[in-house]
Each structure stands twice: as structure tokens, then as C-alpha cells.
Design a protein around this ligand. Structure first.
Ligand code: F6P
Length: 468
């Protein structure tokens, strides 16, 4: 790790979430990949983390101002939860960030975005207001730590950097987008003012980061289509990664071993696994259809190959997500009606069960319509004990890194996905072992620590460009 420095990290979800059990305050690890990825920052740097107060208990904590917290490894950091007005937060999260920005940036707008809805009020009174609250909190923290760099994360925080830059032009700002970036035509379904404010926000930063060259290039293209002139030296691509050791430790932990025993007691001869949130971008129904098609074509596989889908219910305040969950359940029931016992669908928040299944899959299916990166494609092979193969969407960011060792699939092509599953199931043992080793080596070599170091190096590089 590089030298210790002062950082203000800003993300919608915080590293922890507070709850209450009767009289006692509970602290849970924050949900989602982003927060897991950023957690190591607090061990090596002086971090103030600013996030939204989401639960009622979070709002209680927010009222106390910035608090000192202790990470799992004992490191101390400062946590500032921002209690946004509830109506503004609802418009920001449930109308603009998800579904509008999320769907536009995952190529799903035509299916999900209501074309009659006027987004401008929700943009101005929700998204922009919440981003302004975040910027105000950052500015207050900068009063205390004027030399800190500010590191904004994801599609919830596209415009906050503009507000900070206006008031503190000398502060180093970075933004990292964890979801895909799309080209100018895809953005054109949103009001131009909104699109312009999004791009202005990222360009107010000294560094704008993306997971892949593909998303980076799309950003440069969409800037130019707006007549903006991005400095290419400040727009970077670094695929996020995982801490392999953390997964190895988890894989040997008692909760995981207990679930693995249950799984082993009735596993099929060959197991196809998927682990996702119930998000339309994850393309779960098409994955189920592809599996059914495979069983239809190959009667010899019936009773021998099973699919396990471990899904975490996501964003159930948003009607499109409630509908997606229904579509997933319906698609699973249709497979079960034709091939009883072939598909197990579990919708639960059970991380140890996911790790147990990571160990036991023969084929991992990741058929996302589009995905910023997809950490499952990196996590699962690290702990797998069966030399399982990975069937991976060419539209997942991880494909840019792992393409040599996966079976590629077009997420929109159901028969093609069935072919990919078949090919993955039939790869020879040596080939599977070789590919899994190669993925493991790649992930170990380019781990989370390297990604964090790259972010910090980008900050330094950007500051040196600015000084010239
Ligand atoms: O992929 C982007 C991301 O922010 C992930 O970090 C996270 O797992 C997911 O979206 C969670 O979304 P939400 O905070 O809406 O549950």
C-alpha cells in the first residue's frame, strides 16, 4: 500500500448499516459489492466516509453528526451519515438512480422506462437535491481536512462533484462509475439537460474511472457528442477485483461448511449455478429458458444436470423490480413444470450459501444483459473445488479480462446461451482445470489491493497534471 493519506469517500450506501433489536443498536455490514471493495481503504488511510442514512436507526446516528467507527480489522474511521428529506431521497433513489439511470446504462430503457413520465421534477427535486446534500457534507468535512482528496462512487453521485468543485476548485476530486457507460444514442432517451449535468459532474473531477476500456471509450464518445472536450489522461479504466484471501477464509468457515454439507447431500451429477440480485439487468428469465432448452434438446442430461439459482431480492420499493421478481418466479415455475426437480430457485440474503455453491458448481452462468464488471465471475472460481467452467456474457465488464478462459455467450440469444451451457458442461477435465487455474491466477495477480493502489496513483497523477 502507498503512503497514508486523508480521503473523503462518498457513496450512497455506507460501509455499515444500523438497525435496532429492542433496546439494542445493531451494526450490520453494508450491502453490495461497492462497499465491500472500498472497505480496505479504511485500514490504510485516514478515511471519512459520507453515505446516506437509509434505515431509521441510520437517521438516529446521522442526528449525532460525524461518528467514529471501528472496521472489522480494528481500524478507526469517521462516518458521516446524511439524513436526506425522505421525499427527495425517494425521487433520487426510486425514480432517477434506479430505475432511470440504471436502466439507461444497462441498455434496458425501452423495456422499463415509462416514456410518458416527466423526469425533470424528480431530477431537480430528488437527484440534484440529494447530490447537493452530499456536496454540503463534503464541503463541511473539507473545512476540517482541507487537504483531503474526495472519492465519489457510482451513478448515485454524478452531480455532487460539480457543487464541490464550484466552491473548492483546488480540492482533488475523483469519481468511479461501477456500472456500464453507454454511448450518445443510449443517453438520448433522457432530457438533454439531465445528460449534460451528468457529464459536467464527471468532468468537474480530476479523475473519472470505469471498469473497462469499453465503458471508458463510451464516456469519451458521449462527452464529445455533447460538444465537451474530455482530457483523456484523466479518464481511466481499472477493473475492480476481490480480496482472494477473504474468500478462501470464508470458504473454510463453519456457516459455509454447514451449507455445503446440505448442498452435497442432494446435488445433481453436474450443477449449473447462478448467483445474482433479482435485477432485470441480470437477465435471469432468459437464463432459465436457456436451461430448459438445453434439457429439451438433450434428454440424456435430464435428471443428471441441475440448475441452482441463488438470488438476493433487490430494490423491492420499485415497481419494475417487483415485476422482475414475479417474472423470475414465473420463468422458474415454467421450467419446473416441464422438468420437475431440475431447477432450484432460492430468493434469500444468504452469503454463506452463495460461497458454498461457489465451491460446488460445474458451470457458473453469468448472462447479464450488461454489467459494469460482475464480481461473481471473479469470486466463484477462486473457491471452486470442481474445476467448474464459467459461461460469461460478453456484455459483462469482467469479460474484457477473462475472455480467454470462459465460454462466451450473447445474453440476448437464448438458443446461443443453451449452446454455451452445453459447451461448458462438456469441456474436458484438463481444459476446465487449466481455465480455472488461469482465472484464479489472474484474479490473484490483479486483486483488490491493486485496484485501490491504481485509484490512488490516478489521484496523484491528476494532481501532477493540474500543477503543471
Ligand atoms: O453495481 C453497482 C452497485 O452499486 C453495487 O455496488 C451494489 O452491489 C448494487 O449496485 C447495489 O444496489 P443497491 O444499493 O441499490 O442495493
Amino acid at each position: 500500500m502507498t503512503e497514508r493519506r486523508k480521503l473523503i469517500v462518498v457513496s450512497n450506501r455506507g460501509p455499515i448499516a444500523y438497525g435496532r433489536d429492542g433496546g439494542e443498536r445493531l451494526v450490520k455490514r453494508g450491502a453490495g459489492g461497492l462497499v465491500t471493495a472500498l472497505a480496505p481503504l479504511v485500514s490504510h488511510h485516514d478515511v471519512t466516509w459520507i453515505a446516506s442514512a437509509i434505515s431509521d436507526e441510520d437517521r438516529e446516528v446521522a442526528a449525532a453528526g460525524t461518528v467514529e467507527e471501528t472496521a472489522r480489522d480494528g481500524s478507526r474511521y469517521r462516518l458521516r451519515l446524511v439524513a436526506h428529506p425522505p421525499e427527495a431521497y425517494d425521487l433520487y433513489y426510486n425514480v432517477i438512480a434506479n430505475p432511470a439511470l440504471w436502466f439507461v446504462q444497462h441498455g434496458l430503457w425501452e423495456r422499463k422506462l415509462d416514456p410518458d413520465r416527466d423526469l425533470i421534477p424528480a431530477w431537480d427535486d430528488g437527484y440534484v437535491e440529494v447530490n447537493r446534500d452530499f456536496a454540503d457534507a463534503v464541503l463541511e468535512e473539507l473545512e476540517r481536512e482541507p487537504e483531503a482528496a474526495v472519492f465519489f462512487h457510482d451513478y448515485h453521485l454524478y452531480v455532487a462533484p460539480s457543487f464541490v468543485h464550484e466552491r473548492r476548485p483546488d480540492t482533488t476530486l475523483a469519481h468511479f462509475t461501477h456500472i456500464p457507460w453507454v454511448g450518445p444514442d443510449a443517453w438520448s432517451v433522457l432530457p438533454e439537460r439531465v445528460v449534460r449535468e451528468i457529464h459536467d459532474g464527471l468532468l468537474a473531477c480530476d479523475v473519472a474511472g470505469f471498469h473497462t476500456q469499453r465503458w471508458r471509450q463510451a464516456f469519451l464518445d458521449s462527452c464529445r457528442a455533447l460538444g465537451l472536450d474530455p482530457d483523456e489522461r484523466r479518464v481511466n479504466a481499472h477493473p475492480i477485483s476481490i480480496d482472494p484471501q477473504e474468500f478462501e477464509i470464508l470458504a473454510a468457515s463453519e456457516p459455509v461448511l454447514a451449507r455445503e454439507r446440505t448442498l452435497l447431500s442432494d446435488r445433481p451429477e453436474q450443477l449449473i449455478l447462478r448467483v445474482d440480485r433479482t435485477d432485470p439487468s441480470k437477465n435471469v428469465p432468459r437464463g432459465f429458458e436457456a436451461f430448459a432448452l438445453l434439457l429439451e434438446r438433450r434428454p440424456d442430461l435430464r435428471g443428471r444436470v441441475g440448475m441452482l439459482a441463488l438470488l438476493d431480492a433487490s430494490r423491492q420499493e420499485i415497481p419494475e423490480y417487483v415485476e422482475e421478481r414475479r417474472l423470475i418466479e414465473e420463468a422458474a415455475a415454467a421450467v419446473e413444470a416441464r422438468f420437475a426437480g431440475a431447477l432450484t430457485l432460492r430468493i434469500a440474503d444468504d452469503f454463506p450459501a452463495s460461497i458454498a455453491a461457489y465451491k460446488q458448481f460445474d458451470v457458473l452462468l453469468v448472462n447479464a444483459v450488461m454489467d459494469g464488471l460482475n464480481l461473481v465471475a471473479k469470486e466463484a472460481p477462486i473457491v471452486n473445488v470442481r474445476d467448474g467452467a464459467v459461461a460469461l456474457s460478453v456484455n459483462a465488464g469482467a469479460y474484457e479480462e477473462l475472455s480467454d478462459w470462459v465460454v462466451p455467450l450473447d445474453p440476448f440469444d437464448v438458443p446461443g446461451t443453451a449452446d454455451a451451457l452445453e459447451q461448458a458442461l462438456e469441456l474436458g477435465q484438463d481444459e476446465r482445470a487449466e481455465r480455472r487455474r488461469a482465472i484464479g491466477a489472474r484474479v490473484r495477480e490483479h486483486d483488490l489491493e491493486e485496484w485501490i493502489a491504481a485509484q490512488l496513483a490516478d489521484l496523484d497523477h491528476a494532481s501532477s497534471i493540474r500543477r503543471r
